[in-house]
Structure formats: C-alpha cells, structure tokens
Ligand binder design. Structure first.
Ligand SMILES: CC(C)(COP(=O)(O)OP(=O)(O)OC[C@H]1O[C@@H](n2cnc3c(N)ncnc32)[C@H](O)[C@@H]1OP(=O)(O)O)[C@@H](O)C(=O)NCCC(=O)NCCS
Length: 181
C-alpha cells in the first residue's frame, strides 16, 4: 500500500520521552521486545534518560560507547497530520567490517499498529536525504531473506540487491541504494 500521508523525519528531543517509551511498549506488547532494529537498543532500556545518554554518546566517535562501533544518529518518523510517532531510523555514519557484511548504514522499525502503509519505504527515502548530509553517496541496507516486509520496503525505496550471505540458519540480503540527485 502507498500512503498519501505527509511524514517528517526528525531528531528525538528529551520532551518526547513519554511518547518514545509508549512506542517501545507497543513492541513489547506485540511480542517484539527482543529486538527493535533502528532504535539503538531502546527495548533494553527501562529508563528513557539512560537511553537518551546512550544515543547521544553515539553521535561522536570519541564518545561511542562500544569499541569498534561507528557514530550513529537516531531519527523519529512522524505523521504530519497528527504528529504520531510511527517509526525509528538509525543512520550509521560509515561502515565497519561487520556493518559492511551484516548491519548496513540504516536500521529501522515501524510500530506494529502502523505497518503495511508504506511508511518504511518512505522512511528509507527520507533517510537517504539525511545520509547525504553525512556525506554518504550510497547506502547499504541489509535484511534477512525471510523478512519479506523489510525486503519489499527496501526494494520499493530503490534498493538493488547486491548479494546474499549465509547468516545463522538464514540468508542476509545486502542492498545498495543511491540518491538520484
Ligand atoms: C520491516 C518493517 C520496517 C516494514 O515496515 P512497513 O511500514 O510495514 O513497510 P511498508 O509498508 O513500507 O512496506 C512493506 C511491504 O511489505 C508488505 N508486507 C508486510 N508484511 C508482509 C509479509 N509478512 N509478507 C510479505 N509482504 C509483507 C506490505 O504489504 C508492503 O507491501 P505493499 O506496499 O506492496 O503492500 C516493519 O515490518 C517492522 O518494523 N518490522 C520489525 C522490525 C524490522 O524487521 N526492521 C527491519 C530490519 S532489516
């Protein structure tokens, strides 16, 4: 489905705390508390303040909290008409070896109640514009071959399949996206 809704991709603010924690809760209630791709481990933080400090530390290489990790930036996807928080996108500023093969530049998720409306496709396209400002000319996005919704949204956003690598008992697909202009 293609949405006609206007969307915005914005940086989180401290005053979004309650909304972000409700967003997190929706994943947990939907049985997805183990993983929230693109939310930089929000599912593992019970206190917003702790997650806030964590994501802020990722914004500069010298404060990135995990050795070998690259700087990353968190964005919120909102619907313009009612401001509702729909999804999250994490943009990783460059690719280390692990990201090149398995993680990619983007990680993302759409809240369960707002899926299949074309929002992920739009979030990827909007993320490409932010990535350009980071100097990224092309973007790698990976997804498990079994994650049909993700693969579809990546392809609809212009992703071109590079290859498939064995990953646990599944296959990891690697897609490149280039900005048109
Ligand atoms: C993957 C995810 C981001 C997709 O978000 P979304 O907003 O629903 O995606 P879109 O609506 O842009 O596109 C999804 C497409 O897949 C289709 N789809 C949805 N579920 C599907 C399924 N189980 N099998 C096949 N296709 C499916 C949708 O109908 C839509 O196609 P259409 O536009 O032709 O109708 C969302 O499902 C999600 O957050 N999942 C959990 C986190 C995750 O897997 N993130 C990606 C990690 S790589």
């Amino acid at each position: 489905m293609k949405t006609k809704e206007k969307l915005v991709l914005v940086k989180p603010r401290k005053k979004d705390a309650a909304e972000i924690m409700q967003f997190r809760q929706e994943f947990i209630d939907n049985g997805e508390g183990d993983s929230m791709p693109g939310a930089n481990k929000l599912n593992q933080f019970d206190k917003f303040e702790d997650w806030w400090k964590y994501i802020k530390a990722f914004e500069k290489q010298k404060t990135v909290p995990i050795k070998g990790f690259v700087p990353s930036f968190e964005y919120l996807l909102r619907r313009k008409s009612d401001g509702k928080l729909l999804g999250m996108l994490q943009i990783r500023a460059r690719l280390n070896e692990n990201l090149f093969f398995y993680g990619g530049n983007f990680g993302g998720c759409i809240r369960p109640s707002e899926r299949s409306k074309g929002y992920s496709t739009q979030m990827i396209s909007m993320g490409m514009r932010k990535a350009k400002r980071l100097g990224l000319k092309k973007i790698l996005i990976t997804c498990l071959k079994t994650n049909l919704a993700s693969a579809k949204s990546i392809k609809k956003a212009g992703g071109v399949l590079e290859d498939e690598l064995v990953y646990n008992n599944d296959k990891m697909q690697r897609y490149w996206l280039r900005r048109k202009k």
